[in-house]
Ligand binder design. Sequence first.
Ligand code: NAD
Ligand code: DAU
Length: 334
Amino acid sequence: MRLLITGGCGFIGSTFIKHIIRKYNDYSIINLDLVTYAGNLENLDQIKNHPKYTFVKGDIADENLVKEITRNVDAVINFAAESHVDRSIEGPSVFIRTNVLGTQVLLESAKENKVQRFIQISTDEVYGSLGPEGYFRENSPLLPNSPYSASKAGADLIVRSYFETYKFPSVITRCSNNYGSNQFPEKFIPLLITNAFEDKEVPVYGDGLNVRDWIHVKDHCKAIDAVLHKGKVGETYNIGGNCEKRNIDIAKLILKKMGKDESLIRFVKDRPGHDRRYAIDASRIRKELGWSPEYNFDQGISETIKWYDENRSWWLKIKSGEYMKYYERMYGNR
Ligand code: NAD
Ligand code: DAU
């Protein structure tokens, strides 16, 4: 298979590329990535010289480039996105441009070039927020609450329309919160771990009782592999680790594992529109495609802490650059 993977320099896309290269030695991969603040070529150091791997620096919203690049591929897997909720609250425009317009540009070129499969990597956040009971199912209403999740929901609806209108062979996946190595330290778990290594306060929003359903990034990538090979076109697949945790419990667990004191926790002003609880019903992908997550959260978190410990130069480089300005804006007066 010839795959076009967009956003392959980010957290999940780079993990997926490494998964595919290791597992299918006859597949070729083009990675199209704009290398925004979140993209990092170091994430792909291990495979950058692989004969089946090609990197193209570019924008998914660039029509000419995307038309050219989709010419000889069998499948497109669209990871490229602006992905951080807090940044979408600060500045929504780039989220609409990349996540909505970029997806449509990619879809249109893939349709023109008769690409056989298009996988849209979406998110459980499109469903909005749950109360204490219940789960997100594939037919739950789309009720996004942040500019980020609204942009992802917009993209999902365009993908759906290409299937319904043009019979374009697209599939949507909606996964819950990922954790693991190479995650940019603006996200909760790597922010906690890296701040704790530096004995800095760890900010917990609001009362710390918001719940997320965590999955290891490698389990997510195996699910996307299953969807690529066995998923039904026109279908949506929820992906989740069946692992609900309150933020405060994650902060305490990580600090304990790292031998740090809970006094590092600082409760800060809540995120506006902060979704209370996410929980995924992943029974469709489990039953129909035979996928199930393998990681246990405790083991996965220990491995993740170890990775950030052994790869300090990776995150110290990030944290000493532009990131500090963002951190100051986001947390300085909170
Ligand atoms: P990330 O922010 O780590 O990576 C995003 C990548 O996209 C970066 O490499 C960036 O350079 C690239 N990119 C951004 N704009 C681009 C553009 N216009 N053209 C080309 N490339 C561009 O994100 P992630 O956490 O790896 O998430 C990947 C995808 O998975 C996103 O679509 C996100 O919505 C979805 N998702 C993420 C999670 C999660 O927990 N992180 C969960 C479910 C779904
Ligand atoms: O559910 C899937 C989504 O998960 C993905 O679509 C997004 O791309 C990804 O960023 C993630 O969104 P969240 O908003 O859930 O992740 P984040 O890591 O930003 O926050 C996780 C929880 O921790 C959330 O309830 C907010 C809280 N939080 C976050 C940060 C950054 C804090 O309490 N303190 C923090 O400093």
